[in-house]
Structures are given as structure tokens and as C-alpha cells.
Design a protein around this ligand. Structure first.
Ligand SMILES: Nc1nc2c(c(=O)[nH]1)N[C@@H](CN(C=O)c1ccc(C(=O)N[C@@H](CCC(=O)O)C(=O)O)cc1)CN2
Length: 378
């Protein structure tokens, strides 16, 4: 990892708020692991795409009602399974576990009723360690809930055409209900071409421009909502935190998180502002918000002084900072200075254990929704 991405070891910094927002170079959420990813890719795929690994497992039982996965993750209705906020912490890990249990039940019910098992295909290009770790987490999560996972792992020098061929194969494959291309792609690929190639009915990442476009329009429904933004909203719902009529500030305007989460908040009837690299007085604007969603990729950028007393803070950042006390030499922190913000906020997500696990839970949810829709299973 580049040393430059490990600037702050704690919340203190002499940099001004505005300077910290500029030039807004996003630190890619990094996961540095000493463990190596298990898939080996000695040679490149030849069309048609060769699937390196196929996993399936039976679903595990859950105590939760099967209705709640539909009512909460799909329709955002009230449910009797609301969580209590303990120590101001919005526990994404705990909520994600709960959701996984609900999905497992639904997967099992669907299999028993119509003999269909939802399938998720993941395309990974190159050898970025953190991307491989995320893909591996996704496969593990599929296995836990009984979703079949398919993976194509292409080498760093794979051509865009090879990626497009893999996507095309999965678009046609009836056992695949969800397709995602792990981002970021290698530099020589045109991300737009690749994402446009995923069938909108199987676009479980919700990154296809038609899905994003529908998300932005009133009266239109996308097939899928991007997983991290959906996870942020789901977390608020599960803790019964009201959104309607609230002032929300989203810090960051990326296609993956900032922009879609702002659209989702607006759909939930919040009054939304987006703070970005050219925003004047980001601190002042953020301090007016009842709900703050930080997604800039800058360690500890949002200080306690930015937060309105009683606000709810959702921290999407996952930034490695140097920590000599750790064996790995680093630890993960969010975009928000947790220890400062926790004193002021009424609730806050930790990093790790906040939004990250929700991202994967929402991917499983989207895959289940897709399989149900394709097979017209209620
Ligand atoms: N095609 C996609 N690419 C990327 C996405 C995405 O949604 N779709 N998001 C990120 C990476 N990501 C999933 O792909 C992801 C990031 C982080 C986590 C997570 O669980 N993080 C943990 C911390 C890590 C740990 O301690 O192991 C946490 O926050 O608790 C899951 C998924 C970019 N690419």
C-alpha cells in the first residue's frame, strides 16, 4: 500500500477542512491482508469463459420471519424486529448477520417450492489483493445462505473483450440471477463499456446507467439499488431511525456511493445536500444535518466539530492508517473521526463493522430479489 494513503494515525491534523476536501483524491478502500487469495489463475480465459470455481451450500436456519426480508429490504415497511441502539453504535455486522439468516430462510423456501437456487456470478480482473478479499467474502457469504456462486478470475492483462465475453456468457446463463464485476477494473479497461454490458435484469450491483437513471427519476423503479447505499438506508430502517423530513448531508459524490445514496435519501423524503471538493464551508453545511453520510475515502476527515448534536452518522469510508501496535502495521478507520463524533452524535457506525458488512448483505438480498423476480416467486 502507498504510504501516502496512511496519513493520519489519529483524528488530529493541522490541515483545514477545505484543504482536506481538496483535491479529493479517493483513497480506494484497502484491505491489506497477509493471507493469500486461494484462486490461482495461471492462464487467461479463452472464450467461452471458463469458470474457475462454483460453490453451493445449503441454507442455514434462522429465527426471523421470512416476511421481514421482503418488507424491510425491498419495501422498507415497518417491522416488529427493530434493533435497539446500544452505546450509540449502529452495528452493521449484527444487522448483516440477521439479514443473512432471513435470506437463508427464503433461499431454502424457494428451493423447496420451485427447485430454484439463486445464483451469483462474480467477475474479478487482475491481482489487487483487496479486490480478491472482497470477492472471497462475497463467495463465503453466498455459501452461508445457500446461494450458488460462480466466479471468473481473469488476469491483469486480460482484454476488455474477454470481460465482455464473460458477462455475455452469464447474461445468457439461466442458473445465474445476479452478475457483478468487481471494481475497480484495471486501468486499460473502459468501465462504462463493461458495466453497460451487464443485463439490467441481472445487475445486482445496480451500476448499469438504466438502473441508476431509474433510481434518479420519480415514478420509476430500478431493477436494483447499489449495495452500499442500500445498506446505509437499510441500517437506518433496521434501527427505526426516521429519514422523512430530515436534513441529510452526503459527503462525496462517487457513482458507487455518494450519488446513489443521495438519491435514495431523497426518495425517502429527506432534504439532501451533497458536500464535495468544491463545496464552500463543508463543515458549516454538515453541521446542519440530522443525518450525515460520509463517503470520501479520507481517513478521519469529518471531525466532531462538523456534527450537529444528536445527528446520526453513517461512515462509509474504509481507510488503512499506520498502527505500529498491530501485527499488520495498520488498522482500518472511517472518513469520520469516530471518537470525536461519537461524543456529539446520537448514533454512529463503526469502522470496521458498520457499512462494510451491510454491502455484502445487500448483494445477497439483490441476488435473492432477482431470482424471485425471474421465476415469479413471491
Ligand atoms: N462491483 C463492486 N465493486 C466494489 C464495491 C461494490 O459494491 N461492487 N464496493 C467496494 C468493495 N466492497 C465490495 O465489493 C466491500 C468493501 C468492504 C467490505 C467490508 O465488509 N468491510 C469490512 C472491513 C474489512 C475487514 O475488516 O475485513 C467492514 O467495513 O467491516 C465489504 C465489501 C469497492 N468495489
Amino acid at each position: 500500500m502507498a504510504a501516502a494513503s496512511m496519513v493520519f494515525t489519529d483524528c488530529s491534523s493541522s490541515t483545514t477542512a477545505a484543504a482536506r476536501l481538496l483535491p479529493f483524491t479517493r483513497t480506494t478502500p484497502l484491505l491489506l491482508r497477509t493471507t493469500q487469495y486461494a484462486v490461482v489463475f495461471p492462464r487467461r480465459f479463452i472464450h467461452p469463459p471458463r469458470v474457475l470455481s462454483i460453490h453451493s451450500s445449503s441454507s442455514s436456519p434462522s429465527q426471523l420471519s421470512t416476511a421481514s426480508i421482503v418488507s424491510q429490504t425491498e419495501k422498507h415497511e415497518k417491522s416488529d424486529t427493530k434493533l435497539e441502539i446500544v452505546n450509540k453504535r449502529l452495528d452493521g455486522k449484527k444487522v448483516a448477520e440477521k439479514i443473512r439468516g432471513e435470506i437463508a430462510e427464503e433461499v431454502s423456501r424457494m428451493k423447496d417450492a420451485i427447485g430454484v437456487v439463486p445464483g451469483l456470478a462474480v467477475i474479478l480482473v487482475g491481482d489487487r489483493e483487496e479486490s480478491a478479499t472482497y470477492v472471497s467474502k462475497k463467495k463465503e457469504a453466498c455459501e452461508v445462505v445457500g446461494i450458488t456462486s460462480f466466479e471468473v478470475h481473469l488476469p491483469e492483462d486480460a482484454t476488455e473483450q474477454e470481460v465482455l465475453d464473460s458477462i455475455s456468457g452469464f447474461n445468457e446463463d439461466p442458473s445465474v440471477h445476479g452478475i457483478l464485476v468487481q471494481l475497480p477494473l484495471t486501468r486499460h479497461m473502459d468501465e462504462q463499456n463493461v458495466l453497460n454490458a451487464v443485463s439490467i435484469e441481472k445487475d445486482v450491483d445496480g451500476f448499469h446507467p438504466l438502473n441508476i437513471g431509474c433510481l434518479a427519476m420519480r415514478g420509476r423503479e430500478p431493477f436494483f439499488v447499489p449495495c452500499t447505499p442500500k445498506g446505509c438506508i437499510e441500517l437506518l430502517h433496521r434501527y427505526d431511525i426516521p429519514i422523512k423530513g430530515k436534513r441529510a448531508v452526503v459527503i462525496g459524490r462517487s457513482n458507487i456511493v455518494g450519488m446513489p445514496v443521495a438519491l435514495l435519501l431523497q426518495r425517502e423524503d429527506a432534504t439532501v445536500s451533497i458536500v464535495h471538493s468544491r463545496t464552500k464551508n463543508p463543515e458549516e453545511l454538515t453541521k446542519q444535518a440530522d443525518i450525515v453520510i460520509a463517503a470520501v475515502g479520507q481517513a478521519n476527515m469529518v471531525r466532531g466539530s462538523w456534527i450537529k448534536p444528536g445527528a446520526v452518522v453513517i461512515d462509509v469510508g474504509i481507510n488503512p492508517v499506520e498502527d505500529k501496535t498491530k501485527r499488520s502495521g495498520f488498522r482500518l478507520v472511517g472518513d469520520v473521526c469516530y471518537k470525536e463524533a461519537k461524543e456529539i452524535a446520537s448514533a454512529i457506525t463503526p469502522v470496521p463493522g458498520g457499512v462494510g458488512p451491510m454491502t455484502i448483505a445487500m448483494l445477497l438480498t439483490n441476488t435473492l430479489i432477482s431470482a424471485k423476480r425471474i421465476h415469479n416467486f413471491q
